[in-house]
Design a protein around this ligand. Structure first.
Ligand code: NAD
Length: 478
């Protein structure tokens, strides 16, 4: 597929093209234009322009209707979106059919609905009859959009995570400039086509392709015309973007990396805990920010859990590749490091050989490790592959200490049949999301995000609309 920029309602391909590589077999499957600074400038200017024009004047009904037309447009080209996501990421087709594309449609529908739960740009406080000066006043709060929002998204769930920001940003009345990952430009290009057809005013949605450092990502996040940045990606990239944004004091919403713990208590339903950990560690070959990379198991069931998890990891077939040769090499370097650090490799630990075209792709084996100290880099650093380290614990306090001893705090999973324990432990795990006896069960209205190095702010439902709009106090003296 030929990726294109979409700026001010016009498709264009300025900038040198770089190849798009299939992670499934290493073949070149398309080209991507690398946006020079002028394209980013044009996109920001187009976004500013439409805010002063038709998009700035659009009310709730018009914006909600636009969200629905976009959702319908994706639905109408469902198969093309699936094909594009599978081609760019190498993921199993069923994953794109059941997760990526339905969730993208759901993101636009959810925010169209949510807008009606919220009076037009004004809500919450009315405080009559009181002011610090002793006089009478009527206060109310107006919500207004932030303006031009830069959206920078990663490759692991390209369409899902991009639309998870685009939908609430547009719904709240902002204009957006999106830069998707250089590894996965195709569904973003399709989305631009859908939005073009959906008849949004030119400039409300803009798309620029290219890399991050010293390129489109950096031009955009350091741009003086950008009013807010919504970013999902690595924590180190978040730091770089924050530094770049500091000159203009641009507000940020960050969804960053994780090193997510699971706590398996001896009273857990062990079948469910093993099943759940297979899903939480190996879904999408571990390339979901919510995936479990540290598993702590209460000692009486430790050996059985490790044996069963290892056996299940060895049975896994038909898993997708790492996104790129570079990422495969990074994950394999952690497999080597784990051995150097003294790990026992219970399952996996290398790259598979299929004897077919997939051997040109970037696959690694689902891997289960044990025996490492908590200080090991393998246990502390995000690997972002199909790998977990399993360690025993003896008490609830120790389990919490181990889970919380991490620079990250995105998501965790607690496996127990003891209701009191579940309620006691869950609030004490230092992560933004705590799942009990499940993993990745999502209600799109709930707060989503991480603590510590895993992020700043919350997305989801009203939380996203709050970030993408500014409360303004209007005070009238009576
Ligand atoms: P990444 O940080 O390498 O890249 C993400 C995006 O940022 C890309 O579009 C990239 O081009 C851009 N970028 C890179 N450097 C930049 C810079 N200096 N300035 C501006 N833009 C820049 O992340 P990735 O490898 O694409 O994604 C994997 C990471 O994302 C993992 O760490 C994962 O945990 C995290 N993630 C977090 C969540 C969450 O919700 N918390 C969700 C998915 C992924």
């Amino acid at each position: 597929m030929k990726a294109e920029h979409y700026v001010g309602g016009v498709f264009r391909s300025d900038g040198p093209a770089f190849p798009l590589i299939s992670p499934a077999d290493g073949a070149e499957i398309g080209t991507v234009p690398e946006a020079p600074r002028e394209v980013v400038d044009d996109a920001v200017a187009a976004a500013r322009g439409v805010l002063r024009g038709p998009w700035g004047a659009a009310g709730v009904e018009e914006r909600a209707a636009a969200m629905r037309r976009i959702a319908d447009g994706i639905q109408a080209r469902f198969g093309e979106f699936v094909d594009a996501e599978v081609a760019d990421t190498g993921r199993p087709r069923a994953f794109a059919e059941t997760v990526d594309v339905p969730r993208a449609i759901g993101n636009f529908r959810a925010y169209a609905d949510l807008l009606y739960g919220r009076p037009e740009r004004a809500y919450t406080t009315q405080v009559p009859g009181w002011s610090t000066g002793g006089g009478q006043a009527l206060n109310y709060t107006v919500r207004r959009p932030l303006g031009v929002v830069a959206i920078i998204s990663p490759w692991n769930l390209p369409l899902l995570l991009m639309t998870w920001k685009v939908a609430p940003a547009l719904a709240a009345g902002n204009a957006v400039v999106v830069k998707p990952s250089e590894e996965t430009p195709s569904t973003a290009t399709l989305l631009a086509q859908v939005i073009d057809q959906a008849g949004l005013p030119a400039g409300a949605f803009n798309l620029v392709h290219g890399h991050g450092p010293g390129a489109a990502g950096e031009f955009l996040t350091g741009h003086p015309g950008v009013d807010a940045i919504a970013f999902t990606g690595e924590s180190a990239t978040g730091s770089a973007i924050m530094r770049n944004a500091a000159d203009h004091v641009t507000p940020v919403s960050f969804e960053l990396g994780g090193k997510n713990p699971a706590l398996v208590f001896a009273d857990a339903d062990l079948d469910a805990a093993v099943d759940g950990t297979v899903r939480s560690s190996f879904t999408h070959s571990g390339q979901i920010c919510l995936c479990t990379e540290r598993v702590y198991v209460e000692r009486p069931v430790f050996d059985e859990f490790v044996e069963r998890l290892g056996a299940r990891a060895k049975e896994l077939a038909d898993y997708g590749p790492m996104i790129s040769a570079a990422h495969r090499d990074k994950v394999l370097s952690y497999y080597r490091l784990a051995r150097e650090e003294g790990a026992t490799v219970v399952a996996g630990g290398g790259a598979p050989s299929f004897g077919d075209g997939r051997d040109g792709g970037f696959h690694v084996e689902p891997t289960v490790l044990t025996g490492l100290p908590e200080t090991a880099r393998t246990v502390r650093e995000e690997i972002f592959g199909p790998v977990c380290h399993v360690a025993p614990f003896d008490t609830e306090d120790e389990a919490l200490r181990l889970a919380n001893d991490s620079p990250y705090g995105l998501a965790s999973t607690v496996w127990t049949r003891d209701l009191s324990r579940a309620h006691r432990v869950a609030p004490k795990v230092e992560t933004g999301i705590v799942w009990v006896n499940c993993w990745n069960l999502r209600d799109l209205r709930t707060p989503f995000g991480g603590v510590k190095a895993s992020g700043i702010g919350r997305e989801g439902g009203e939380y996203s609309l709050d970030f993408f709009s500014e409360p303004v106090n209007v005070c009238i003296q009576i």
